[in-house]
Design a protein around this ligand. Structure first.
Ligand SMILES: [Zn+2]
Length: 142
C-alpha cells in the first residue's frame, strides 16, 4: 500500500501530517481536508465569491473524513440545484456566477437534439446546452 494514499484514494494520516491536503471541487466550492496544530480541519470555500462556507476541526481522522464527505456532497447537490435553475430560466444566466454576459457558439442539430456551446464572459466557465425538438407548426397549413 502506498504511504500517501488509501485504497479509496483518500490521503493517509501520514500524508496529512506531512502537510498534504485532500481537495474536492464542485460548483466553485473547494472542500479541503488537512492537518494542522494537532487537529484535522475540514473547510469549504467558495473561491468565486471568496466566502467561507464551513470550517470544522476534529481530533479524530474518522470524524474529519465523515465531515469531509458531507461537505463534498453538499457542494455537489448545490451544483445540481443551480443547473436546474439555469434550465428553468431558459439558460439566460450563468449557472456559476449569475452573470448574463454569455456568449454562444457552435450550434449543432442532430435528429431532434440541438447543442450549443456557451461561455460566460465574467467567470470564463464554459459548458454545452442541449435542446430537444419540442413542437412543430406547419407554415403552409395542414
Ligand atoms: Zn459566469
Amino acid at each position: 500500500m502506498s504511504k500517501f494514499h488509501l485504497k479509496n484514494g483518500d490521503l493517509t494520516v501520514y500524508a496529512l501530517a506531512c502537510g498534504y491536503m485532500q481537495k474536492h471541487s464542485a460548483n466553485n466550492i473547494e472542500t479541503t481536508l488537512y492537518h494542522e496544530g494537532c487537529l484535522f480541519h475540514v473547510r469549504s470555500y467558495n473561491f468565486v465569491e471568496h466566502k467561507r462556507i464551513a470550517w470544522e476541526s476534529f481530533e479524530s481522522i474518522g470524524e474529519a473524513r465523515k465531515e469531509y464527505r458531507r461537505q463534498c456532497k453538499n457542494a455537489t447537490i448545490n451544483m445540481e440545484k443551480l443547473v436546474q435553475e439555469y434550465i428553468n430560466c431558459g439558460g439566460v444566466f450563468c449557472p456559476f456566477c449569475q452573470s448574463n454576459e454569455l456568449s454562444t457558439h457552435n450550434v449543432e442539430f442532430n435528429e431532434g437534439v440541438a447543442t450549443q456551446d456557451v461561455s460566460c464572459n465574467d467567470c470564463q466557465k464554459h459548458w454545452t446546452d442541449t435542446y430537444t425538438l419540442l413542437s412543430v407548426q406547419c407554415r403552409t397549413g395542414f
